[in-house]
Write a protein that binds this ligand. Structure first.
Ligand SMILES: C[S@@+](CC[C@H](N)C(=O)[O-])C[C@H]1O[C@@H](n2cnc3c(N)ncnc32)[C@H](O)[C@@H]1O
Length: 473
């Protein structure tokens, strides 16, 4: 597999690419659309979004001041450090999306004023990180030690290093980054630069053949200086995360679309890490009852901690497999609102660097989601609403699931969504979904907009999909 230049860049394996392209062709979206979609996915959104936790934060004006202070301080610190290198990051201004979502505060990534110099920066000290870690870095995370796969043998604490993502996932943990770079440069992608916070030996324990991850130290391993596109955003963990919760725009919209009311019984069937559950609790002012399921017990433990931290008092979290509901514990037709934010192929996460998902894996989500949806429909009260959402862009997990639900359950009706992000697009038409129905769906995905719209906060989001159903009496 080669990645010699941008034109020949691959984002998926050949089979997966072919499968996705064909799938879009079914609804009349040609190669040009698919390429546009890939280009959009491969870029990081230019905006950061934070949800204000109204249980703990004051009004939006105070929150904007608070976040602006955080940005001012973080950028002052960074700019002081970079002064001698002649690099400067303008401080972004944050704002509330007042007309649309007043709990959402946004600001742009800052672009360094000497981007070109930094792209030319080639240190002999190299670090290779895994692709998932690289994607998180583009969304504002620091590089944590578990994400570091390989370092130059001479790497020491405080070294300024070049960081690469391991596209093929073949680099061995603890190996010599310079050696791998020489052998496999085509399978590495330059991500940016940063300061190493530990000596190599502290990160890896080296023995002749086996290279062990020492586990002696934890936390951040590399403090990011600058990304390859010249952008920087201060890591969120310096911000008060009880008042301000980093969450992408479609996810914030999603909980609002469910429109929970105080006093209601609400079910979040795939809830961890809890971004939407805590938002739902905040919308109903902690008045009501929210049951939150997740299949993975460690995630439920963390969710309980998050709920405490965010002063969320009406949520009960349970380790439950949503494909196997025990109807002696949960009564059929008992919930006023149900959110199915389903496990999915997650292809909407930006930037897409390289995703080696295979076609069988991709297809496997469809039946799994249907098993969860079957239970959701059964648990929903007549007159109640259900939201089905994913953070992916495939037709099979989105529009085709909606079409399947409508054909299988005659009492389900697609309904309007508020808020509706008109800058993104409505859903695609597919078999079983007519034009008026597809317009009720929110698809956060490139439509046929001009390049000028690309920086629009409402358009430059992660890939996401939201549908809302009423269960009629
Ligand atoms: C897209 S994430 C949910 C994100 C969450 N709603 C939020 O906003 O923070 C999907 C979650 O579903 C969980 N999951 C996967 N299979 C499940 C199942 N059978 N039952 C319940 N949860 C499941 C995963 O562990 C994962 O945490």
């Amino acid at each position: 597999m080669n990645f010699p230049n941008e034109q020949n860049r691959k984002y998926f394996t050949d089979n997966t690419s072919e499968y996705l392209e064909k799938s879009f062709q079914k609804v009349g979206l040609d190669k040009v659309y698919f390429e546009k979609l890939l280009e959009w996915l491969s870029k990081s959104p230019k905006w950061n979004t934070l949800r204000v936790n109204k249980n703990l934060a004051n009004n939006s004006k105070d929150s904007v001041n608070d976040i602006q202070n955080f940005l001012d301080k973080s950028f002052d610190n960074l700019n002081n450090k970079l002064l001698k290198e002649g690099v400067y990051f303008p401080i972004p201004k944050c704002k509330v999306l007042s007309n649309f979502l007043d709990e959402c505060i946004v600001y742009e990534y800052s672009k360094s004023k000497s981007m070109q110099d930094n792209i030319k920066f080639k240190s002999d000290i190299k670090c290779i990180i895994d692709v998932k870690c690289a994607q998180a870095v583009f969304r504002g995370a620091d590089i944590f030690i578990p994400g570091i796969i390989s370092l130059s043998l001479s790497a020491k604490s405080q070294d300024l290093i070049c960081i690469y993502a391991d596209l093929e996932g073949k680099c061995l943990k603890g190996s010599d980054a310079n050696l791998y770079f020489k052998k496999s440069v085509d399978s590495l992608q330059f991500i940016g630069t940063g300061w190493l916070l530990y000596d190599r030996d502290q990160i890896f324990k080296n023995s002749e053949q086996k290279l062990y991850f020492s586990g002696k130290i934890k936390g951040i391993g590399i403090r990011l200086k600058e990304l390859v596109d010249g952008s920087y955003t201060p890591p969120f963990h310096y911000l008060n995360q009880t008042k301000y919760f980093p969450q992408n725009l479609p996810s914030i919209i999603c909980a609002r679309v469910l429109d929970p009311k105080p006093g209601q019984l609400i079910l979040d069937m795939c809830a961890a890490p809890g971004g939407k559950t805590t938002h739902l609790a905040e919308i109903i002012g902690n008045k009501g009852q929210i049951i939150a399921f997740d299949k993975i017990s460690s995630k439920i433990l963390k969710m309980n901690e998050l709920c405490k931290k965010l002063n969320t008092k009406c949520v009960e979290c349970f380790v439950t497999d949503a494909t196997k509901i025990d109807y002696s514990v949960y009564m059929a037709e008992s919930f006023d609102r149900i959110l199915v934010d389903a496990p999915c192929s997650a292809l909407g996460q930006r930037p897409l660097i390289f995703n080696n998902i295979d076609v069988n894996q991709l297809k496997s989500y469809v039946n799994y989601q249907r098993m969860i949806l079957e239970n959701a429909v059964k648990l929903l009260k007549p007159g109640g609403f259900m939201v089905y959402s994913t953070c992916t862009i495939t037709l099979e997990e989105n529009e085709e699931q909606v079409s399947w639900l409508l054909s299988k359950h005659k009492k389900l009706k697609l309904v309007d969504q508020t808020p509706f992000n008109f800058a993104a697009s409505s859903g695609f038409q597919c078999e079983g979904l007519d034009e008026s129905q597809s317009r009720l769906l929110q698809r956060f995905c490139p439509s046929f907009k001009s390049e000028d719209d690309l920086n629009d906060i409402y358009y430059d989001t992660n890939g996401f999909f939201i549908s809302k159903f009423l269960k009629e009496y």
